[in-house]
Design a protein around this ligand. Structure first.
Ligand code: GLN
Length: 549
């Protein structure tokens, strides 16, 4: 069958859940037996989000081929079986860079290079290239930003033209909007949606489907009104009702018949959409009553999107362990010596995620010391592992002032040091050790038993690494290097033997966790938290913990 293209635009405000909606359509079509891929078009001038602060942009999602991408690609991978690559995220920066490079090479043969057609052609070629690159039946393209923004205009113009390249019958436009609820009037308002669709139609795009984010269900009257003003049929107006559990969104849309509408409009063949795995997942996520308190300690803790994949991976692990996660966000800058550490007493597990720069590092090291000496399950990821090695070097191996050269270039004991391959790097963008690398696991180690195999491939994003000069000393004192690069040159996983669960990894396992197949390290970390929780029952809990300190 010819590849079909679904374009998703957003109206009224940002943060409507356009990425989740896009991923949900992918999820449903895939459950119907179609092969799906997705693309995010970001209208900013950065070439990729790799150089942006997590405060600004949220998490940088790393693909297996080593691209630093928008966090929506995480939703796409988690909601479908598709694998994202550098082809799946396009930015204005990339488009202009490649057009300007071509102009400098003389590829345009003397033409005046313009937004239309050169920029729009470049955008269309990226979309077509993705359609042709794999074996996808459906390519879903999400346009970042909101209709009406200056920045996204070239992308909207490109997708308008795209219809003429692949045929109207092979394209579908979905517009995601908001129906705000005005308390005083007790009413959901449709006017912003009407205006946003009008703005789309002014540039030549008539949406085929509307997905309206709404705090409460609306009735047939509102549906008819929206349909009439927006030039669609009432059956083409869908409701994305606020839900307590994001994994319910595909089910909410399915129950309104979105699969049948997509099948009809794009002339697809879908026999039966089996969502039983997701239904079971939602049941476990919402109905589990047992809780496990997991502390996540980092410096971007007040920005939920900065650790998006970490939180999602914890939820996958929670579903697998039939528990709920009580997420305790800990700002490591506030972790001093004394009373502040008491927040750790109520935890069943401590996770320290990745990060950059020295801010909050000493707090992390203190928290890790507590976890190591109090049998509190600990999971360190990237910077989290590096801090665990520093703590172990200082407090177990007696290497006073051990540090990473990222934080102290003059440290007498650089137990974490710049990778040899990074010494000549000068540019910031896309130059870290990025993407998938193989890792050989030590037979019988905690990590190896969690994975159940000997060799794995995980995604990386770092410049620093355990310094091999210190490896013998660390190992003599009991640190187990349970995962290494296959040639043994780099340490990828460290763990402690005489501890209920203490594991750190140099890679980012959170990027490979899926709702129905949680990452083994996350799954076992939460299982260890559950064991700890159960070992200190009810009322004795606080008391027992206090006595540990
Ligand atoms: N800053 C550390 C490094 O570059 C850790 C990076 C990370 O946590 N992703 O190695």
């Amino acid at each position: 069958m010819s590849t079909r293209y679904i374009f998703v635009t957003g109206g009224v405000v940002s943060s409507l859940g356009k990425g989740i909606t896009t991923a949900s359509m992918g999820c449903l079509l895939e459950a119907g037996g179609l092969r799906v891929t997705m693309m995010k078009c970001d209208p900013y001038i950065n070439v990729d989000p790799g150089t942006m602060s997590p405060f600004q942009h949220g998490e940088v999602y790393v693909t297996i081929d080593g691209a630093e991408t928008d966090l929506d690609l995480g939703h796409y991978e988690r909601f479908t079986a598709s694998t994202m690559s550098r082809l799946n995220n396009v930015t204005t920066g990339q488009i202009y860079k490649s057009v300007i490079d071509k102009e400098r090479r003389g590829d345009y043969l003397g033409a005046t290079v313009q937004v239309v057609p050169h920029i729009t052609d470049e955008i269309k070629n990226r979309i077509l290239a993705l359609g042709r690159s794999g074996s996808a039946d459906i390519v879903i393209v999400e346009i970042g930003g909101t209709v009406g923004d200056i920045e996204s205009l070239p992308f909207l113009e490109a997708i308008r033209q795209f219809v003429f390249d692949v045929g109207r019958e092979n394209t579908l436009f979905v517009h995601v909007t908001l129906l705000p609820y005005i308390g005083g009037a007790h009413e959901l308002k449709t006017k912003p949606t009407q205006h946003s669709v009008r703005a789309l139609r002014e540039i030549g795009i008539q949406p085929d489907l509307l997905i309206c984010r709404t705090p409460t269900r609306f009735g047939e009257d509102a549906q008819r009104k929206i349909a009439m003003f927006c030039n669609v049929a009432p059956s083409e107006v869908f409701q994305a009702i606020d839900v307590d559990e994001v994994h319910k969104i595909p089910l909410v849309l399915r129950d309104q018949g979105i699969v049948e509408t997509l099948v009809r409009k794009l002339n697809l063949e879908v026999l039966h959409t089996d969502m039983s795995g997701w239904e079971d997942l939602c049941r476990r996520l919402t109905e589990s009553t047992e809780t496990v308190s997991i502390g996540v300690a980092g410096k971007y803790i007040n920005h939920h999107d900065a650790y998006k994949s970490i939180y999602e991976a914890l939820r996958h692990a929670a579903a697998a362990n039939e528990v709920k996660i009580d997420l305790v966000k800990i700002d490591t800058e506030a972790l001093g010596d004394g009373e502040e550490l008491s927040v750790l007493r109520r935890l069943d597990g401590l996770l320290i995620p990745g990060g950059f720069g020295s801010r909050g590092v000493e707090g992390k090291i203190r928290a890790i010391q507590y976890a190591r000496t109090h049998g509190l399950p600990f999971f360190g990821i990237c910077l989290g592992l590096q801090c665990a090695v520093i703590e172990f070097a200082r407090n177990v191996c007696g290497l006073e002032d051990a540090n990473s050269t990222e934080f102290d270039e003059e440290t007498p004991h650089p137990v974490i040091d710049l990778l040899a391959t990074q010494r000549t790097v000068t540019n910031l963008g896309g130059t870290m050790r990025l993407g998938g690398y193989d890792c050989a696991l030590l037979e019988g180690s905690r990590a190896q038993r969690a994975y159940g195999v000997r060799d794995v491939r995980e995604r990386h994003r770092h410049r620093y690494e355990l310094n091999n000069r210190y490896r013998p000393r660390l190992e003599e004192h009991g640190l187990v290097c349970s995962g290494t690069a296959p040639d043994g040159s780099l340490v990828e996983i460290c763990e402690l033997r005489d501890h209920p669960w203490f594991v750190g990894c140099q890679f980012h396992p959170e990027f490979q966790s899926r709702p129905l197949s949680p990452h083994p390290l996350f799954r076992e970390f939460v299982a260890a938290g559950r064991r700890r929780r159960r070992s200190i029952p009810g009322g004795e809990r606080e008391g027992a913990r206090k006595s540990l300190v």
